[in-house]
Design a protein around this ligand. Sequence first.
Ligand code: RBZ
Ligand code: NIO
Length: 349
Amino acid sequence: MSYKIPTIPSLAHHLEADLRAAIDNKTKPPGSLGQLETLALRLGLMQDTLAPALRRPASLVFAGDHGLADEGVSPFPKAVTVQMVLNFLAGGAAINVFARQHGLDLRVIDAAVAGPLPAHPQLLDRKIMPSGTRNALHGPAMTPDEVARCLAAGDQLAADLAAGGCNAVIFGEMGIGNTSAASLLMTALTGMPIETTTGRGSGHDPAGLARKRDILARVLARHPGATTPLAALAAFGGAEMAMMTGAMLGAAARRMVVLNDGFIVTASLLVAARLNPAVLDYTVFSHTSAEGAHDALVKHLGGQPLLALDLRLGEGTGAALAWPLLLSATRFLQEMATFETASVNKIHT
Ligand SMILES: Cc1cc2ncn([C@H]3O[C@H](COP(=O)(O)O)[C@@H](O)[C@H]3O)c2cc1C
Ligand SMILES: O=C(O)c1cccnc1
């Protein structure tokens, strides 16, 4: 299987002055809607229009298991991945609640969940590895071919969503052990030390965190050559992360908004940005996670998160919570009166 890194179109910079003027002509002091103005401008540049609009948003939870979870890098057992996927399908997880609240179409993508799953209208079977990734302490988590298949499946997912009229993707994930994969990718690709890139994940105590760091240092030492994006994905995984990387690049290639989430989604974005930095032109950073490394990674990528709610859940919950702010950005631009239409004085005479 070969995967071609997609070309991502440049932002519509020719519209920048007109968008700025449209925003400044609304009945408010210039700049007073702060980051919402920046968002409105960026959405116009992404969509190549003076009237950006968000259509058929999709909330995607990419799920996969990690062989490294067998080493105890997570305080929770591997089985929780499949159990949580069933919970998503039953509508009982946090992301289900927020997706319902905001009218978001929720889909779970099985990239590598260890265990059979029932057919379900919200479940997309894209299983690349039926038992999850391999244990990165003993060898590569994935083969280069498995990585390519994940990236291609992610791209196809973006293509299918675009064909259905969707122009905004809300990224989320589920996979016990995937904060470890995220930390390993971050260290391998940025050079930041394991102490900086590794946190409590789903809730380690200090002793558990020390053990996790020790294991991750041993994994890193096992893969000294894994410093390019594709080599790092193969060494550390996970399949759900590689699929997100492919879907992010595919979404940006189709001028869709990439709504980023917490630590694991951002590590997948780091890989995407190393493959094609233009993906960041289409990315909105939804929140800063309480997982300490997230802040450092967002800064590394130059992101400006909308929310800081001390979330440390994943699933796309931070992105779903930020969604109405994106809607507000498009709606003030569409619906607010201008100084002229509302006969409001613009300058002191
Ligand atoms: C019940 C439960 C629900 C979750 N939903 C998301 N995560 C989050 O925690 C996991 C990563 O943390 P670690 O690397 O420590 O395993 C991922 O599945 C992430 O989505 C959950 C974790 C648990 C336990
Ligand atoms: O930041 C996140 O998304 C996160 C942090 C800890 C555990 N799971 C997810």
